[in-house]
Ligand binder design. Structure first.
Ligand code: C5P
Length: 287
């Protein structure tokens, strides 16, 4: 029987799956400043990677390709999530966390929200907590509108400002090849919502993936007026062969294309990387 301190405890890890709005209908501006949404969220198999080990204090180290984009951020959403969880459940233990930041920051694919949700999942395991589901949902919503949906990171219909999350089983989503492309421009969510033209173009009904071609990404034109390069990304994606669906995710600037086969995905990724070396591209699959 080894001495307890001699047993190496492997760090716990979680993937902060990239979030993709397969459709995003904005219905109204609310009195509280948020917008009423109807959105179909899907999640990529890949994303940022978060790991944590037990420690006396809370700490976060950021590494990876987009670490420098977070350097100026004094109050990272991961640390806010950790502090909120500690306070809610009277936790005295700390955690030494490391984020491998692989997704671009402020890019419409949920980076910060997915990181916060991954931190909640990870720390619940690390600290042996068992929070009731409604309380965890409310804590997540306090961190950001997309965080409740990112807790499970499974395909879901989202309503309200993000607090209504209903899992949906949609044939043809799981394992679909997807290419994410960002023109290298960080776009803040608030100004994109503020630029919405306030025209309600109707609700979102999706019973099968094919129905998505009639759905919309209502923040696209506002985001394009802030970052015109988004239109170039969409044009580059839409001219590829094998594209099932292509649009902007969330408030941008990341756009996506779903492909009908792997070879079409890889060809598109190669062509776009060659033509636009400054753009960020990630080929992955939906969960
Ligand atoms: O909730 P979160 O902090 O992620 O939202 C960032 C900003 O995006 C909000 O301050 C608001 O301006 C805008 N937003 C919105 N309607 C939503 C979600 C976000 O207007 N449903």
């Amino acid at each position: 029987m080894p001495h307890p301190e001699a047993v190496a405890v492997a760090p716990l890890t979680e993937t902060a799956h990239a979030k993709i709005n397969l459709a995003l209908h904005v219905r109204a501006r609310r009195n509280d400043g948020y917008h009423q949404l109807e959105s179909l969220f899907a999640f990529a198999q890949d994303g940022d990677l978060l790991r944590a080990e037990r420690a006396d204090a809370l700490s976060l180290t950021v590494e990876g390709p987009f670490a420098s984009a977070l350097a100026g951020e004094g109050d990272n959403l991961i640390l806010r999530a950790a502090r909120a969880l500690r306070q809610a459940y009277g936790v005295t233990a700390g955690a030494s966390m490391t984020l491998d930041k692989r997704l671009p920051v402020a890019s419409g694919i949920g980076g910060g929200s997915a990181d916060a949700a991954a931190a909640l999942r990870l720390l619940i395991r690390l600290w042996g907590l068992d929070p009731p589901r409604p309380a965890l949902h409310d804590l997540a919503l306090g961190l950001g509108s997309d965080v409740p949906a990112c807790l499970d990171s499974r395909t879901c219909m989202v309503g309200g400002r993000g607090e209504e999350v209903a899992a949906v089983a949609l044939d043809g989503v799981a394992d679909t090849p997807i290419l994410l492309v960002n023109p290298g421009i960080a776009v803040s969510t608030g100004p994109v919502f503020a630029g919405w033209d306030r025209i309600d173009r109707g609700g979102l009904r999706v019973d099968k993936l094919a129905a998505l071609t009639n759905a919309r990404s209502d923040l696209e034109s506002s985001a394009i007026s802030i970052a015109p390069a988004i239109a170039d990304v969409l044009a580059a994606l839409r001219q590829r062969t094998g594209v099932i669906l292509s649009r902007m995710s969330g408030s941008g600037a990341t756009c996506f294309a779903l492909f009908d086969r792997d070879t079409a995905l890889y060809r598109a990724a190669d062509a776009i990387r060659a033509a636009h070396p400054g753009w960020w591209c990630m080929e992955t699959r939906l969960r």
